[in-house]
Every structure is written in C-alpha cells, then in structure tokens.
Write a protein that binds this ligand. Sequence first.
Ligand SMILES: [Zn+2]
Length: 283
Amino acid sequence: MHVIYSDLMVSPAQGTSPSAAKPRPVVEAWMALDPEVRILPPKPVTIDDFARAHERSFVENIFAQRIPNGFGTRSSEVNRSLPYTTGAMLDGARLALSQKTAVAAPVSGFHHARWSEAAAYCTFNGLMVTAMALRAEHPKLRVGILDYDYHYGDGTDDILHRLGLDWIVHYSAGQKYLYADQATAFLDAIPTHVAKMAGCDVVLYQAGADPHIDDPLGGFLSTAELADRDRRVFQGLHDRGIPVAWNLAGGYQQPLSKVVAIHRNTYRACKAIYDAPMARSAR
Ligand SMILES: [Zn+2]
C-alpha cells in the first residue's frame, strides 16, 4: 500500500494532544508490519490551496503567527508542518483516484477547523482543502467524506454550509454514536453510511482512534469493534469500486503505543481488502 509521508509532516506534540508528533511513530509501525509499504513524500499545499476552503485572511494570520493554531499555540514548527500534513491528504487522494486504490496519509487535525477559525487541535481543514483542490483539477468530481472520528466534524459542516457545495457527501458519526450501548447499532449502520458514498469518485475516510472505549476524550468501541469498523468501511467502499484516502484523526490514550496499535489495525484491514483489485469503476 502507498503511504504519503515525510518528516516535514512532523512537529512537536502540543499540550495534551499527541497529534502533531504522531505521523512518524505510526509510519514506523506500518513499515514494521508491511515490508512492501511504499512511502511517497507529500507536495506541500499553498496559501491559495488553503484559501479555497478557508477565509484567506485567516490563513495568512495563522502563518504570520498573529493568531494561535488549532492547539492554541503559535508554534513555528507546527506552522511549518501544516502545508505538508494537508499536502499528504491531498496527494493521498490524488493517488487513490488515479490508481483506483487505497492510500494512507498518517495525519490528524482537520475536521474541527472552520471557515475562519481553528479549533480543538485542528488548524486547517485538510479534508475540505483536499476536496476543493481535487474539484479544481477534475470539475465534475464528487467527493465523499466519511468521518468516523469520535467527535462531530463540525468544522467540515461549517465550511460546507458556507460554500453551499452539493458535490461533497459528508457523514460524521460523532453526531449520533457516542455511548457503549450504541456499539452494535453503529457497526450495523456502517453499510448504510457507506451507501451514502455511492456515486463518489473518491472517499476521504477519517479512521479516528478516539472511538476506542479507553480513550480519555471519546470511547465506545472495543479494539475488536474498531477493527471491525475498518473492515466494514474498506470492504464496503471496495465492493462499490470507490478509491479511498484515509487518515488517523484523533486518539489520546497514553502511552501513544496504544493509539499506534489502533492505526496499525486500520492499515492491516485496508491492505487485506485493497490489495485485491476493484472489480468495478466508481461511476
Ligand atoms: Zn476526535
């Protein structure tokens, strides 16, 4: 499987969130798991790319360190990484689309970022920046965003409502599934959520680790149920012939190895399913 990664995506962890530092240990775990992993460096996105999904002055204020990033800091190291983390998502989606396959982007920190506001460990909305860039490259493209982070992708919806886009299908489980007694209902509903993505040329999948039952900021699925989630998502998309680019999203257990283990399971599920060629094209 292809993974979009370079050390330029990594910056020091900020406060209680490990997200900024997470790409490297996750990629190391994937390399240990899969000797055939193919690592490609991301092309950094530009201010113009960010400004398709955000107010331009907001983007410029972040990079000028006039306002804090999504972690509430003004870290120049985090700022330097941002074009590369969103760039990894975009290049992952481009590659998934062109090769009709699955690509992993080991990045986090997207779905709470709004049109003109960073929030909750998210500075820029790399999902929406990616979707907008892809649409600029392919004018009839339809993009799905399947968000299975524990938390609601409110920033994504904010940008969608602001721009009034009808070619993006967004589903965020964090609006509905929050409690342990909903685990079975959630897993049973996955085919319905995946079916919403029918007709999309590519899906961006937020494979969040924070739905894990032990996560201090989330929690309603066991390790086995999370792995089952990923298998159902990848199998459902693969059956429909839909390419997928997926990312890490949230995960806050300590030590970080517990979070890395969840992302390792997602990789394993994806590889097992997408190593087989897709039978049908997406549309
Ligand atoms: Zn989350």
